[in-house]
Structures are given as C-alpha cells and as structure tokens.
Design a protein around this ligand. Structure first.
Ligand SMILES: Nc1ncnc2c1ncn2[C@@H]1O[C@H](COP(=O)(O)OP(=O)(O)O)[C@@H](O)[C@H]1O
Ligand SMILES: [Mg+2]
Length: 510
C-alpha cells in the first residue's frame, strides 16, 4: 500500500498574544483522509492552531508545510489553494442570500466566473448537497434555516472549493442530539471520500465516536498524539485536564425535613400543567425529561419571569406571590438561567417588560462588582474557585466564553447565599474539568442547607448530583423518583429508558 500523504506538517508552533502564550511548541501532522480530533479544554489554544494553519493568523515561531510546500508565512488564499477549509463557529454565511448562492459564490469567484449564471450556481449547490446526502431547498434564505442546516451549507461551500482538509471548530455546540448524529455521519462520509477532517471538541463522546487520531492540547502545550483505538474517555479526560476527573455521588445528610419550597398545582397555559413538588433543606432535586418539557418555563415562573395562571407557591410554609425577580430574590431564590435564556428571554424580557434594570444589574452585576475595589477579593476568589478563564478580574464578563460566563453567574449567586438555588442546564458547553468543580460547588451549597433544583438533560449529571429526581414531558410531571428509589443500582438505566420512551412518543406525535 502506498504511504499516506501528509497534508499539514506543523512543527514547533508558538503563538503569543499580549499577556497570553496561546501555543507553546506545538507540532501536529495531519494526514490525508484521516479524522483527527483536536481535544482540549476551553482556552487551551485549539482555535488559535486552526487560525494559524488557515492563514488567518501568523505564528510567532515554528514552521508549516502544506502538501510539502513551505507555508509558514502563508495567507488565507494560499491555504484555500492548497485545499484547506475551515468551518468557523460563526460560519460566515450571508444570511440574506440563498442557499445556492452561499454554496457557490466563493467557488465562482475563485474560478473567475460570473456570479450571475444561475445554472452554474444551481449545479454547484446540488452537487455538493448530494455529496453529503442532504436535501435543503436551493432558494431558501440562510436566515430561514436552523443552525444545523446553516452549518451544512458552510460545509457544502467548503466542498465546492475542493476541500482536501476541513477544520471544524467546535461544530456541535449549538446542535441537538439528532443533529450531532447527522453531522458525525457526514464527517465519516467525507473521510470515505478521502477528505481529511480536523474535528475540534472538548466532548469526549463525540471524539471517541469518530476519531482516527487524537491530539490533546492543554494550556497551549501538546500533551500527545494518540490513536483513537488506544484511547478511552477516562484517559482522554485525564490528558485534557491533567487531573483525575471523578464525580462525587451526592447524599443528603440534613436532619431537618420541613419543606423549604413547596409548589401546589402550578399551571401555565402552553408551558406546564398541574406541577406539584417540594424541596427540603439540603435536597438537590433534578428536573429532567425532554427539551421543551416546560422545565425552563417553570424555573422562570419561580423567578417571577413567567406569571403562572393558577397554583400556589410556599416558601418555608408561607404562601408567597412572586411577580417579579425582585420578589424571588427577596424570598431567597437564586436562578442561573439556561444560556439561551440569558441571551434571549432574560435580556429581552428585562427590557421589554421592564422586569427591570434592577435584576439585569444583579445578573450582570458581576461586571460591576468586578470593577469595584471592595469586591475585587470576591471576584478574584470566584475566578480562582471556578477556574474562570480571564486575563484578570477587570476583564468584562461579556467578552468571556459562554461557559465562563455561566461559571461567573454561579459564583455571583453563590456569593449572595440564596435559600433556594435553581440551576437551568448549568454545565452545557462547559468542559469536563470545570464541570466536576461546578458539581462540587452545587453539592457544597446543598450541604450548607440550601435547597437546590437542577434542570438537566444529562442523566449522568442528574444521577450523580441529585438525591431526588422528577421527570417531565410536555409540561407534566410523569414520574418522581424518591431518595430510596434513587439508590437503586440501575437508576441510570431506569431514567434513561423513561426519557428515551418519551422522546419516541414525542417523535411519533409529530
Ligand atoms: N486575539 C486574541 N488576543 C488575545 N488573546 C487571545 C486571542 N485569541 C485567543 N487568545 C487567548 O489564547 C488562548 C487560547 O485561545 P483559543 O485558541 O481560542 O482556545 P480554544 O479554542 O482552545 O478554546 C486563550 O487564553 C485566549 O484567551
Ligand atoms: Mg475555540
């Protein structure tokens, strides 16, 4: 058999930004037709490496050979001419333009052809869509498509330019499970066409599913190159973090059994129906089920951002009315909202419905407190405790990655000592190392007598951290697992089976 060709040989790559050594002596070889996963925690330098190979940024030192040519000081055009394409996280598509135009435009420009020939455009678009086996209307506008489909259009655009090596920078961040499955299948089909893919991710399961080879980067250093066959998720987590990552199983050890929070028959048309539940001191109650099961809406109702139609809420035995976030805060309720909720629901609600500057300031208050001297210590502590990746405590929070913003929010609430702490999908997009730290914190809150509610789709997260679990579908509670039931050895399987059956039912109903 002929020896496999190297497409990229990058040696001793260093890259420094002001105050940050993003890459330090990193050497990576990428072979024709292989799927290489570049794995590492947030901020370790993965995107920087991609930008350097793609000619977007230049390295401080090191050498790059592409298809045997010296490309150390190359431009993006040089990289494209050598068949290198990048699917960046923002996709850089033209939202107002059609699917076909977006796919074909760069190819036509490259070939010096007019951008007006509809036949050419349609052919390029159809061919590449067929190549990856998906059917998206050619005349649809990008803005009408789901994120997942937009991503596929970006892939088609890359294929139209004869990509021989495709970099995908954390492509699954915004995808649902089914969309991830489809994308991974497409990656495998590209490999079958001898196109190399560098797949960047910090998600172990994805990496393990598709990789031929895995290169692990930690804090700008290459830890090693591994054949996927010699790797397992546990090892990979260890290489990525440099620590043993194990999750501590939570056990409630509080003697007081009165209810901190009690909800009776809470209803909100179109969101949830007849929800009754209770939380004691030291409980970590898991709310799982399906995306769109009404859990986020329930959390927002408890925080005064989604007025229920009927039902009652009691805190420490007293009936309360929570009509705005300030009421919730006054009753000792803290909420770390879903990331999408932070960006969408929260901000727009805050402005439009005037729930107010107050809460907005509180939620983003970390920015304020970070800049005040008296809170500097607190901010520094939080940054240290939660390993929030920032240059220093003056860094503005909105420049941080989603995961780091999330950690800052948790830290922010923790500092205000709520009685009841609700966390909506708190670890989505957060790397494994930080995840186990967040779990430790959540568990320590509960051990101090705080009542915690965690909303999560991740069964492992729920089972390790919760002493009681409620499963919701379509706005209703379908099952509650008591503390005793949670102790069953097959509890993971039980919950998994129930959730999967719910998914099937939802799909059938559609
Ligand atoms: N343009 C830049 N200016 C300053 N620092 C940067 C810049 N780009 C990246 N960094 C820093 O370099 C490090 C590596 O970043 P990045 O390559 O984006 O990591 P990853 O993609 O693995 O999450 C981080 O500490 C990041 O803050
Ligand atoms: Mg990145």
């Amino acid at each position: 058999m002929a020896e496999t060709k190297n497409i990229v040989v990058a040696e001793h790559i260093c890259k420094s930004y002001v105050g940050v050594q993003a890459l330090d002596d990193v050497s990576i070889t990428i072979k024709e037709g292989e799927i290489k996963c570049l794995a590492g925690e947030n901020g370790c330098g993965k995107s920087t490496f991609v930008k350097i190979i793609a000619g977007v940024e230049s390295c401080t030192s090191g050498t790059i050979l592409i298809n045997g040519k010296d490309c150390t000081k190359h431009s993006t055009k040089d990289a494209i001419d050598e068949g290198i394409q990048v699917i960046f996280q923002d996709l850089s598509l033209f939202d107002e333009m059609s699917v076909a135009d977006n796919i074909a435009m760069n190819k036509l420009i490259k070939d010096g052809k007019p951008l007006t020939n509809k036949k050419d455009i349609q052919k390029i678009a159809t061919d590449t869509l067929n190549l990856i086996g998906v059917d998206i209307p050619l005349d649809a506008k990008i803005q009408e498509l789901s994120i997942a489909n937009r991503q596929l259009i970006a892939i088609c655009r890359a294929l139209a330019l004869d990509a021989k090596l495709l970099f995908m920078d954390e492509p699954t961040t915004a995808l649902t499970k089914n969309e991830v499955d489809r994308l991974l299948d497409i990656v495998l089909s590209l490999k079958a066409r001898n196109i190399a893919v560098v797949f960047i991710s910090h998600k172990l399961d994805e990496v393990m599913r598709i990789a031929d080879s895995i290169t692990v980067i930690r804090d700008g250093h290459k830890i090693g190159d591994y054949a996927a066959s010699e790797m397992d998720p546990h090892k990979l987590a260890y290489y990525m973090t440099g620590r043993e990552v194990t999750y501590q199983q939570y056990e409630r050890n509080c003697k007081e059994n009165e209810n901190l929070l009690e909800i009776k028959h809470l209803c909100k048309e179109g969101n949830f129906q007849n929800i009754s539940l209770d939380v004691r001191k030291g409980d970590i109650l898991g709310l799982t089920g399906l995306l769109g099961a009404g859990r986020t809406e329930l959390a927002l109702s408890l925080f005064g951002l989604n007025k229920p139609d009927s039902g009652e809420i009691y805190i420490e035995g007293k009936k309360v009315s929570i009509t705005c976030p300030q009421d919730a805060i006054d009753h000792g309720i803290g909420l770390v909202p879903e990331e999408r909720a932070i960006q969408g629901l929260f901000l727009s609600k805050s402005v439009n419905e005037n729930v107010g500057a107050a809460i907005l300031k509180r939620l983003t208050g970390f920015i304020g407190t970070i800049n005040q001297n008296k809170s500097r210590t607190l901010a520094k502590e939080a940054i240290g405790q939660f390993r929030i990746k920032v240059y220093n405590e003056d860094t503005l929070i909105n420049t941080l990655s989603g995961g780091n913003q999330q950690k800052a929010l948790i830290a922010r609430w923790a500092a205000s000592h709520p009685k009841i702490f609700i966390l909506d999908t708190p670890t989505v997009g957060i790397d494994i190392g930080s995840k186990s730290e967040i779990y430790e914190y959540i568990q320590s809150f509960a051990k101090q007598g705080i009542g915690v509610i965690i909303i999560s789709d991740e069964v492992e997260e729920i089972v390790s951290n919760c002493n009681r679990v409620i499963v919701m579908f379509n706005g209703e509670i379908v099952k509650e697992y008591s503390e005793e039931e949670m102790a069953a050895p097959d509890i993971r399987e039980q919950i998994n089976t129930l959730v999967e059956s719910g998914k099937k039912k939802v799909q059938e109903d559609r």
